[in-house]
Design a protein around this ligand. Structure first.
Ligand code: NAD
Length: 471
């Protein structure tokens, strides 16, 4: 079993001050594959010191001087891309082909596209007699989850570095392969010592970073519960905040839309990465008169979802991350069954491989709008179908949770779809299958968070505007 026991602080691999250990299991076989040593507040403080020491020179380098390092990190990650995809697939449970494309290739492309902003973005502007200088925020503590580990790290690290910030990263302790590969890549890219510091650890290290007085900004992706506690702690010294939190995203089908396409795309989104996706469309909101055909389409599409070993190219859905996640998701499914919602597909008794953290892809019909299943994030492959009678009701249902991360609208015309999209409280709305755009801002309304990642908007999160008035 692999032991992961070194931080990366001040340009060197340094031993962890033991604060616990996390055992990582292969999601499909349950075999233990790694032990991650968890650090302490002492380690977090050492990392912040290193980031503070590296800040002046890194800031002075200028964006054009910093961008080549981002490209070098992308190249180094690419050299290990297929190994990393296999490792993430085993840890998180995503089918290997998808993991390669979504978990690894897409973030590597994002390192490169962020580097290209060095040429495209104006770090200085003139407004009347003011010179507006967009300055690096300073020391960033980045805290990330396990479900798309490289993607979430990249969405913070790449723009923070381009902006001229130095970073202490505390990645999820539950998906450590990415951390190990990233340390290798940073070394190979010869990033100046202290510009990126990576601390192994869990909540204790996270909390130490959140309350460290020298940290200027907290960039967090994870659960709404932890995001809330971080926001409360950050208030004391007014740290800048970027919070990418949970979701309960809706797919709204309007009368006359292509129902078959809408159902197929909604299930693909809901079951992607076994439902362990913050922006998954987990509520399908359909006209009541379309419920019967919709149910038939859902049954066919769910049956085609081959569940099994993520390494098998036939597999469409793998296991969940861990026994704890499996238990959590099964509890939601059992609650839906006890509430008497129609089980259109899957359910707690549906067959799944006996070994591995598998849960059957499950669809509940005519779910009550105020139930937990319709309003809370499950973070597993569970779709709730809700019916409506009027367009106003459809919009109210879509907006009827405290979250607001993503949504999709399926309409007879793109124009009508856009009209409804404008009425939804969600940070990203796809109309009639509009593709994901990595340069567009990603983030949430309400309990889905604060701030945006991606492209220019993601870069601006790490910049403080300073106005210098000239005579
Ligand atoms: P989590 O909140 O449990 O953990 C996220 C990170 O925070 C981990 O690194 C963890 O070690 C750390 N942490 C835990 N407690 C902490 C504390 N008290 N102080 C500081 N740090 C702490 O989330 P998770 O289970 O890793 O990820 C799943 C969640 O992330 C889901 O809710 C999902 O919706 C959300 N998510 C959101 C987005 C987005 O962009 N909006 C993307 C992916 C995941």
């Amino acid at each position: 079993m692999k032991r992961i026991e070194q931080h990366y602080i001040g340009g060197a691999r340094t031993p962890v001050t033991p604060g616990g250990v996390a055992t990582i299991h292969d999601a499909a076989t349950e075999a233990p594959i790694a032990e991650v040593m968890l650090g302490t507040a002492t380690d977090a403080a050492a990392a912040v010191r290193a980031a503070a020491g590296a800040l002046p020179a890194w800031r002075a380098l200028g964006a054009a001087g910093r961008a080549p390092y981002l490209l070098a990190i992308a190249d180094a990650l690419e050299a290990a891309a297929s190994e990393l995809a296999q490792e993430i697939s085993r840890e998180v449970g995503m089918p290997l082909k998808l993991a390669q494309r979504i978990q690894v290739d897409a973030p590597i492309a994002a390192w490169r596209s962020t580097a290209s902003l060095a040429q495209e973005f104006d770090f200085e502007r003139t407004v009347g007699n003011s010179r507006i200088v967009l300055e690096a925020v300073g020391i960033v503590a980045a805290i990330t989850p396990w479900n798309y580990p490289l993607h979430q790290i990249t969405a913070k690290l790449a723009p923070a570095l381009l902006a001229g910030c130095t970073v202490v990263l505390k990645p999820s302790e539950l998906a450590p392969a990415t951390t190990v590969r990233l340390i290798d890549a940073i070394e190979r890219a010869r990033l100046p010592a202290g510009v990126v510091n990576i601390v192994l650890g869990g909540a204790a290290v996270g909390e130490a970073l959140v309350s460290h007085p020298e940290v200027n900004m907290l960039s967090f992706t994870g659960s709404t519960a932890v995001g809330r506690s971080i926001a409360a702690r950050a208030a004391g010294d007014m740290k800048r905040l970027s919070l990418e939190l949970g979701g309960k995203s809706a797919a709204v089908v309007l009368p006359g839309a292509d129902l078959a396409r809408a159902v197929k795309a909604t299930l693909a989104s809901c079951f992607l990465n076994s439902g362990q996706t913050c922006s998954a469309t987990t509520r399908l909101i359909v006209p009541r008169q379309d419920y019967e055909p919709c149910r038939a389409l859902l049954q066919v599409a769910a049956a085609a979802m081959i569940v099994g070993d993520p390494a098998n190219p036939e597999t469409r859905m793998g296991p969940l991350l861990s026994a704890a996640q499996k238990q959590r998701v099964r509890a939601f499914i059992e609650e839906g069954e006890q509430a008497g919602f129609e089980v259109i597909a899957g359910g707690s008794a549906a067959p799944v491989p006996a070994t591995g953290y598998f849960v059957a892809p499950t669809v509940f019909g005519e779910v009550a709008a105020d139930s937990r299943l319709a309003t809370e994030e499950v973070f597993g492959p569970v779709l709730a179908v809700l019916c409506y009678d009027t367009r106003e009701q459809a919009i109210a249902l879509a907006n009827g949770t405290p979250y607001g991360l993503a949504a999709t609208v399926w309409a007879a015309t793109d124009e009508d779809g856009e009209a409804v999209a404008r009425q939804l409280r969600a940070g990203q709305v796809d109309v009639n299958g509009g593709r994901f755009n990595p340069a567009a801002p990603f983030g949430g309304f309400g309990l889905s968070g604060v701030g945006r990642e991606g492209g220019v908007f993601g870069l601006e999160e790490f910049l403080e505007p300073k106005s210098i008035q000239l005579p």
